[in-house]
Design a protein around this ligand. Structure first.
Ligand code: SF4
Length: 364
């Protein structure tokens, strides 16, 4: 809600449909208008109540007095030669977040953020260097999807969503789950949870909670190392929730038929890319319905690691395949547009907006 002179205004972007129905009824409107409003916001992409033209003019005027509709604003948009597009978005309080469109993975994918910054401090991640600034609201998480679907003219197209942008989604549990319910609503985007993947470092209590959710996304675990010793250096939260406990939780996780858990593994030259690391990883994942996504590091200034050679990457993948694991190697994407998570913002903090724009304009 935001304060105004004659009372608070409720943000339509923050309301699940049942809550919107209640809010409408409490103000003397008919409950069914919630379905119309949902269709306008999520299917037709309006960001202003006055554009909801199947509502009477009088009703729209009243709605505009009682409600606001907050939408993130595009600050920068940059397209890579490989089709990846990175968006820098400004929120209502001026904070900035990143969202990425990845065109062929194999379908279209939006990578969205769940926090401004991140508290997890993974050693290879620029967002982690920012620390946690604040959680995003559900409306801000869904707002990224609204903005990208509009900017990319994809409202009528199928796309996937990965919660792999800035932030740890399970560290912002309630707003993330609320966002998933809004995305799932049949009168809105009607996104099947099967088209949404939540990526986590493995916050165990939240992972156990997730296992009981009615709207449950696909699960990806950011593993990055096969042992506690090494993972503790790369992903500090591992000191609290260790590798064995995470794998045990994954074995208990109620997967849908034919679903598997994705294990993400950022390959860092000379750190976690040895043949022994590959064998240990294969042993660790035996008995887990899994697939492994190897992610050669997107090297960037400020990240103290290097990308392994293609030969090392291929060998690592081959060992996993020899152990009957399903493995894919993520293509390097958007290297020319600083697609490493948090890169636009961390670099931008050192520059004025004009300098940011100049850098972006000349980067390709
Ligand atoms: S990799 Fe993910 S969880 Fe780790 S610091 Fe970066 S954003 Fe946070």
């Amino acid at each position: 809600m935001t304060a105004r002179a004659d009372g608070p205004q409720t943000d339509l972007a923050e309301l699940e449909r049942p809550a919107l129905e209640d809010a409408l009824e409490a103000r003397g409107y008919r409950r069914f208008h919630a379905r119309q409003i949902y269709r306008w916001i999520y299917r037709r992409g309006v960001s202003d109540v006055s554009a909801m033209t199947d509502l009477s003019r009088k009703l729209r005027q009243r709605l505009a007095e009682d409600f606001i509709l907050t939408t993130p604003e595009i600050v920068l948009r940059q397209q890579s030669v490989d089709g990846t597009e990175k968006f820098l978005l400004r929120l209502a309080d001026g904070q900035q977040i990143e969202s990425v469109f990845i065109p062929d993975t194999p379908s279209m994918t939006f990578c969205v953020s769940t926090q401004v910054g991140c508290a997890m401090a993974c050693a290879f991640c620029l967002t982690g260097k920012m620390g946690l600034v604040r959680n995003l609201t559900a409306g801000e998480i869904v707002g990224q999807v609204r903005v990208l679907a509009g900017a990319l003219d994809m409202r009528d197209k199928r796309f996937n969503i990965v919660l792999m942008g800035m932030g740890e989604p399970l560290h912002n549990y309630d707003e993330t789950m609320k966002a998933l319910r809004i995305l799932n609503d049949e009168h809105g985007f009607a996104m099947s949870p099967r088209r949404i993947t939540l990526s986590t470092v493995g916050l165990l209590p939240a992972l156990e909670r997730l296992a009981r959710e009615p709207v449950m996304p696909n699960l990806a675990i950011s593993l990055h190392a096969p042992t506690d010793e090494l993972r503790g250096e790369l992903v500090p939260i591992n000191k609290k929730y260790g590798v064995k406990d995470i794998i045990d939780a994954c074995k208990r996780f109620p997967l849908k038929r034919r679903s598997r858990i994705t294990f993400e593994y950022v390959l860092l030259a000379g750190v976690n890319d040895s043949l022994d690391d590959a064998r240990r990883l294969a042993t660790l994942l035996s008995g887990v319905k899994s697939k492994v996504n190897l992610i050669p590091l997107n090297a960037a200034a400020g990240i103290p690691f290097e990308r392994p050679s293609d030969r090392v990457i291929d060998r690592f993948a081959q060992i996993l395949a020899e152990h009957h694991l399903t493995v894919s190697v993520r293509k390097s994407r958007g290297r020319d547009i600083r697609a490493a998570c948090g890169q636009l913002i961390v670099e931008g903090q050192k520059k004025s907006p004009a300098q940011q724009l100049a850098t972006l304009a000349f980067s390709d």
